[in-house]
Ligand binder design. Sequence first.
Ligand code: AOF
Ligand code: ZN
Length: 382
Amino acid sequence: DRHCMHTLLHTFSDEQLMDLALRLGRRCAGATAENPAVGCVIARNNSGRMEIVGRGWTQEGGRPHAERVALAEAGERAREATAYVTLEPCSHTGKSSPCADALIEAGIARVVCAHPDPDRRVAGRGFEKLRNAGIAVDVGLMQDRAHRDLTGFLSRTVRNRPWLQAKMAFSRDGMIGIKGQGNYPVTGPQAKSRTYALRARADAILVGCDTVLIDNPALTVRLPGLEKRSPVRVVLDSKGRLPVETILVQSAKETPVWIVTTGQMPSDKAKVLEARGCVILRVDATPEGHVDLKMALEAIAERGINTVFAECGAKLADEMLKSGFVDEFFLYQGSELIGLNGLEALHGLPEKALSSAGFILEENCNMGQDKLKRFVRPQSLD
Ligand code: AOF
Ligand code: ZN
């Protein structure tokens, strides 16, 4: 019959199975920190055709690991099967026992892996364990794609700081708003949904205190089904100006709020914020009295944040760009011309500023009347 013909003719290649593992790995992206979001597919040869017997991905909160979930689904069918994993299986006993051991015990015959794990507790020992047990191990299939999906984790592990994304919205003539008019939207509803989607994939959202003072934002993810993905909200507040009455502080017990500050925040202000559920992180001040961005990023990374999405006003955008720590820049450009009443940022020429800072345009698309341009600065995370 037709079904039979189909099964006889069709099989999956290594590439197709790794592609599936990569897609599965993205399912919990933004919800697994400090762990990476990994995907795993287990497939076995059934009369010349690869049959998928298990699929898994790192679960919310980072555990169980992808391999565990896939092995649980496969059960006895994992014997002699091949496991496709986007990251090297772990070899350490952390909050769970090693995935490498679980693969060995399940009788897996071959492991195809996209990317090695630089975590010092693993770093090649996962592969070593598997090989010592007689398992065939192939490393590097679709490594570039895995690398892109794992940038946050790789950045924290290798550089000790999160992958830093910055977003900024401009009018067609490069203004971020209108002078004297606090919260002026320069882009439309599609840009807003895209921002929510980006928030949902980040582990933390970062804003300057000015943005909170002007906009009083909630900084949550308001997309159907993804409301629970709201990341940690981080405010840079060197002097302790953040008012307790803001939406952010008032909701700190439901969705975490971390305030990165300096010695300039009075300790009674810190106590009031802490009583509201905010976490206070003190770092050094720069000579100008600002939060030292490098220390801020390190403090955030130390608390398990892999990816930070900074929503910049004029001041933060400027500081961010100067700092040299931004890895990826999202420029939203509205269709409106604001003209002389406009509030400039990055000297009115955001794209010029980005390209002279070494950023490369990676994506350019329309969102209704608005445009989105995504810039990346090539980084080595090895
Ligand atoms: C895997 N599969 O799905 C993920 C892995 O604290 P633990 O025990 O959960 O271990 C965390 C480390 O495990 C993490 O730093 C990274 O090296 C690795 N993540 N490994 O085999 C997975 N998420
Ligand atoms: Zn593991």
